[in-house]
Design a protein around this ligand. Structure first.
Ligand SMILES: C[S@@+](CC[C@H](N)C(=O)[O-])C[C@H]1O[C@@H](n2cnc3c(N)ncnc32)[C@H](O)[C@@H]1O
Length: 204
């Protein structure tokens, strides 16, 4: 039987441990996640499609993993998607899908590719919070968007309960960096009883 990784995700405490975790999980990630009914990518992609009419606009899939988020974006008609991720094993799986314009290996916390404003939207789907990227990446993402640029992201129940994640989300709104266009709460991984909130923010 294949080793299971999902529950171990929420115990990763450092960037190195997180990267090693996803590298070990890469080959079986899609199957284990599908078994648990991973619903957030389709919810995020649907939310972005409601807010961004130009489906040929460049989108950055931040923390693209094996590309399930890219698949959901492509299913909504988006045609120009770049992916970045610190786990080389996950990126190798994403490469096999043949749907990304570019896939880029990044160090956690490093600058995002391209000049500010290169992307009409940045998607961080299933990425921010306990077991993945820290909430500070939201500052980097906001800085990489031009005014009018969109951020679609999800917080699962663990991230919603994390005061640092909630504080970063709320600060971006309160300090006038971004405004909220959409928020909805629903299924994340119903197989383990986990929900998520999906948000679309616009850079001001
Ligand atoms: C749960 S997976 C989600 C992958 C994909 N977006 C999806 O929906 O299937 C989380 C991803 O975030 C990546 N990640 C972890 N820390 C990160 C960081 N600091 N910056 C960007 N990505 C990170 C992991 O390598 C992993 O591929």
């Amino acid at each position: 039987m294949a080793e299971k990784f999902l529950e171990k995700t929420y115990g990763c405490e450092t960037p190195d441990a997180t990267r090693a975790h996803y590298d070990r999980w890469a080959a079986t990630y899609d199957a284990e996640i599908a078994e648990n009914g991973y619903a957030t990518p389709a919810r995020c992609a649907g939310a972005l499609a409601r807010q961004l009419n130009d489906k040929s606009a460049p989108i950055l899939d931040f923390g693209c993993g094996t590309g399930l988020s890219g698949v959901a974006l492509a299913a909504q008609g988006f045609t120009c998607i770049d992916g970045i991720d610190p786990a080389a094993g996950m990126l190798a799986e994403a490469e096999k899908r043949g749907l990304y314009r570019k896939l880029i290996h990044i160090d956690p916390g490093s600058d995002l590719p391209g000049a500010p404003g290169s992307y009409a939207a940045i998607a961080a789907i299933g990425v921010i919070g306990v077991g993945a990227a820290p909430p500070e990446v939201m500052d980097q993402i906001a800085a990489a968007l031009a005014p009018g640029g969109l951020l679609v992201f999800s917080f699962n129940d663990h991230a919603l309960e994390d005061s640092d994640c909630a504080a970063k989300r709320d600060a971006l709104l309160a300090n006038g960096t971004m405004r909220k266009l959409e928020e909805s709460y629903g299924d994340h991984l119903p197989g383990i009883g986990l929900n998520s909130s999906v948000y679309v923010f616009e850079k001001l």
